[in-house]
Design a protein around this ligand. Structure first.
Ligand code: GRF
Length: 208
């Protein structure tokens, strides 16, 4: 049984897509054992609570340093015997110690086709605003392993989504979520659960 720890900061629609994937059997032999937020009262925690899943708000203000906060997360995830850490809209940079505690065992989803519109400053609606002002005709989403850079880790899956002339950042964000994020995140976790992911340097192979 693959044990997931999901880190969130907001609405948790990707968390929901993962829970649905597990329930529908698309993600086999997998369980979400804890959902952790760095923000209080977010709907993602409510979703976990409704399903009887352990959920926890870790308040950054209760820790003296960033390292202490990250260590508290590592300790808790280890206590829950988490195999794979899933960042699902977690809006906080994790330090090197956290990353090194779970080598190639942290996944993230980014709402663009990496390496476009990613890195420092590209988060949430800002990504979609940048896509629209650049005028690209295709965007999408990327699931990748997390390394110590921002959005630089090995890419697992990507899915393209068209940009339409009448799009606003909000409309585009919704399309990218519905047509890409909620599909490829469960799929990437399913591949991992089935042992179908092989990492060679920064190249991820899923078809071997
Ligand atoms: C998603 O767009 C995700 O790609 C980004 O943050 C957003 C989270 O949304 N990293 P939700 O909390 O899963 O609804």
């Amino acid at each position: 049984m693959l044990r997931l720890g999901v880190l969130v900061s907001g609405g948790g629609s990707n968390l929901q897509a993962i829970l649905n994937g597990i329930q529908e059997g698309i993600i086999p032999n997998t369980k979400v054992v804890t959902v952790i937020s760095n923000k209080p009262y977010v709907y993602a925690l409510e979703r976990a609570k409704q399903q009887g899943i352990d959920q926890f708000y870790f308040d950054p203000a209760s820790y003296p340093t960033r390292e202490a906060y990250d260590q508290a997360l590592v300790d808790y995830l280890n206590k829950k015997e988490v195999d794979l850490v899933i960042l699902a809209g977690f809006m906080r940079v994790l330090g090197e110690n956290f990353i090194h505690s779970f080598p190639n065992r942290i996944m993230n989803i980014h709402p663009s086709l990496i390496p476009s519109f990613c890195g420092k400053g590209y988060y949430g609606l800002k990504v979609h605003e940048a896509v629209l002002s650049y005028g690209v005709k295709i965007t999408g989403a990327t699931v990748h392993f997390v390394d110590t850079g921002t959005d630089t880790g090995p890419i697992i899956l990507q899915k393209a989504v068209p940009v339409l002339e009448e799009d606003t950042p909000e409309i585009l964000q919704k399309r990218v979520m519905e047509e890409a994020e909620w599909k490829i995140y469960p799929k990437a976790i399913a591949l991992y659960a089935q042992g179908k992911i092989k990492i060679e340097g920064r190249i991820v192979k899923t078809d071997f």
